[in-house]
Design a protein around this ligand. Sequence first.
Ligand SMILES: Nc1ncnc2c1ncn2[C@@H]1O[C@H](COP(=O)(O)OP(=O)(O)OP(=O)(O)O)[C@@H](O)[C@H]1O
Ligand SMILES: [Mg+2]
Length: 371
Amino acid sequence: MNIKKIEYENFRNLSRGFIEPSEGVNVIYGENAQGKTNLLEAIWIFTGGRSFRSAKDLDLIKFKEQYAKVNMKLFAEKRDQDLKIEISKPKRKTYVNEVLKKSPSDYVGKFCSVIFSPSHLSLIKEGPGCRRKFLDTTICQMYPMYAKNVTVYNHILNQRNQLLKSIKKQPGLIETLFVWNEKLAKKAAEIVKFRIQYVNSLKESTECIYRNFTKEKETLRLHYYSNAVPREFLNIDKILSLDEMASFIIKKLESAKQEELFLGYTLIGPHRDDFEVYIDDKKARSFASQGQQRSAVLSLKLAEAELIKKICGKTPVILLDDVMSELDANRQDFILNSIHDRQVFITCCEPEDIGKMADGKTFEVKDGKIY
Ligand SMILES: Nc1ncnc2c1ncn2[C@@H]1O[C@H](COP(=O)(O)OP(=O)(O)OP(=O)(O)O)[C@@H](O)[C@H]1O
Ligand SMILES: [Mg+2]
């Protein structure tokens, strides 16, 4: 997958112009607040239709203007393709190869990219919710049926939580709890099975990328936790069947019953899953330096891109926003010169960083214009 040209008009502070990027590394440099991240956002929007910063379409239109347009020409699925987004009131229009699509999300899947932005450091620093979201988002990209499982599971979970709360006022309702246990366990097993398979592949790639990133000086380990499966079965070599998993979950729900009734919410299931990142056998969240945290998240993102390629056969474009700061010369060199066979866009402030790049193109962004 390769972007050949991006034309933009009134997209955030980018007024009107185009770029023709290199097939390899593209460095986008410029001072603060010039439009570098805006350019990445204009590319990313073709991946899932959503901005990675704000979800509102109208925010993407340049102040005082009526519309925003982005047109991407790319080489994908062995041919030239054309994707276009026009944002104006009342809603956005999308075109795939010049054909107006009925639903504004109908172009999803044509283009794929993986983005690193400094906000993704939350993957290491913050609570388990953002790690589960990271897993779910990527698994959904690769297996569309997984998204449905998650929606159904969340619905069952909400209903069960409501019931746990209602039992306090109407104890007789406890008779119906077993029905919800079975429903929850069935969907939970499906989700956990997908996650075990995905996390095991992700683990292997991330650990390998991190080793190369640090020139073998440091090791990264990724550990997945789920209270819905016995620990020894979290490994891909020894995976339980869906029925075995579901009966394990039912047993755990039974033994957690008193505590769940007291708290009024469900304690067992994939909504409590998490993974922990260790660098040199120490928890990254508590002990890793800024540069190590950045390297770890970047390794996770590059591993995600590798898996998309392996499973879907598409090579995602890599978007790296402000990744260079806090990285030493060796790690910067890895980013500029070791990510082969794919198109990369990197933003940075200092043009000096680019001197070390063997191949590729550079663009300067100044006051909403790209040179
Ligand atoms: N809808 C909009 N219309 C016009 N300008 C906008 C709009 N949305 C954001 N901006 C402005 O675009 C400018 C550039 O933002 P951007 O995030 O791309 O900067 P940047 O070059 O990545 O800077 P930094 O190096 O600080 O990350 C900001 O000053 C921002 O206020
Ligand atoms: Mg920026």
